[in-house]
Write a protein that binds this ligand. Structure first.
Ligand code: CMP
Length: 156
């Protein structure tokens, strides 16, 4: 079965609140595989591309200012259905309404300060990954845990 990739950003509020380890740990425990990781100061140009779907929204410039105000931690996670799996772990946008047990549901109250971004489709994932990562910054490796996390037919 196909193992796809998704992009995650721990936003400036997640970094400032010391939640990087907690967030990485949740994806690791789920069984996703980390294939890219770095800290980035997102430029206005990168953010305009990242949030292109919001370019006409009233909060666009505020969102870019916030996201560029401090470093973010960018990650690429891999697994079967990585995009929907990660979105479920992240929870819905508004922290105070997000499901308990999700990252936003457990740690957030805000709409803008919602700790984390996760790609919403495979197409968005490809675009977002290429904004932050060069091809040679994404790694391929076999992870011994995969034999325990997936059945044989899911690994093929
Ligand atoms: P994210 O999943 O990164 O996608 C777009 C982001 O815009 C969203 O999380 C929120 O952080 C932010 N956002 C959405 N709606 C608003 C709003 N009304 N005001 C400010 N920020 C918003």
């Amino acid at each position: 079965m196909e193992h796809s990739r998704t992009a995650v950003l721990v936003k400036p509020d997640g970094l400032q609140r010391g939640l990087i380890g907690e967030i990485i740990s949740r994806f690791e425990r789920k069984g996703l595989k980390l294939v890219g990781l770095k800290m980035v100061n997102m430029t206005d140009e990168m953010l305009s591309e990242w949030y292109v779907e919001h370019k006409d929204k009233s909060f666009f410039s505020e969102l870019k200012n916030f996201m560029g105000s401090k470093p973010v931690v960018a990650m690429v996670w891999q697994g079967i259905d990585a995009v929907p799996v990660v979105r479920k772990l992240v929870g819905t946008t508004l922290g105070r309404e997000a499901e308990a047990g999700s990252i936003r549901g457990d740690f957030g109250m805000s709409q803008q300060y919602n700790l984390i971004h996760a790609s919403s489709s495979d197409e968005d994932a490809g675009r977002e990954i290429s904004i932050v990562f060069d091809d040679d910054e994404l790694v391929n490796y076999s992870d011994i845990r995969e034999q325990l996390i997936y059945a044989d037919y899911e690994l093929k």
